[in-house]
Design a protein around this ligand. Sequence first.
Ligand code: DC
Length: 236
Amino acid sequence: MELTRIAIDGPSGSGKSTISRLLAEALHLEHIDTGAMYRAVGYEALRQGWSTRDVEAEPALLDGMEIDFQDGGVLLNGEALGDRIRTPEVAKAASDFSALAPVRAKLVELQRGIGRRKSVVMDGRDIGSNVLTDAEFKFYLTASVEERARRRCLELRQKGIEADPAQVQADIAARDYNDSHRKLNPLCRAEDAVEIDSSAMEIPEVLDCMLALIRGKDPAAAAGTAPCAREKKEQK
Ligand code: DC
């Protein structure tokens, strides 16, 4: 059986998880949210009271963690974590622990194993550049930090949480910095990834753009910015 692997990378708040889920649905592929795997590690570390130093000194602490997926959600030792991994504390812990070599080694191996067995849309920070370097399609989804902060505030408001927009933007900028400046597999665009700037695009437009590129295998978009995103930006 021939496998199709689609890699989607980008900074936090670029919409990659939503887009990846919708793309997987449209193409009948499994969606693997690798950020949720790092969040599961962050969640467990907070629960156990581990610091990054503890895990660096004793990587075997990670051995007892079995991470899997069920119905698109992450499982830790068989337990569905749901929205418990979506808190700001867990996001911060996920970012901190994702910089550790033993954490990355464990999760990258798991992710590559999934990619060998299944057709997937896998999203994260280093999927195209490190985990699935031979993926058939690679996208790098971005949006301006202001737009990502605006979306995040809107999302929080819908949950009844009022957040300070300046603080939300500062948190996003700090996480961008952490994720793209760590030594191991930092957030970066793979050379052969198609970049889509979604700042001025709605979700369905981004999805259509990706589907057109995948179905048409548009050679003009083999590298560089996706034409549909570029046109949109020019119109803005
Ligand atoms: O996409 P997210 O916000 O759920 O990711 C949580 C953290 O995990 C993020 O700060 C960076 C890290 N991460 C990573 O280092 N590599 C990935 N492939 C996915 C996420």
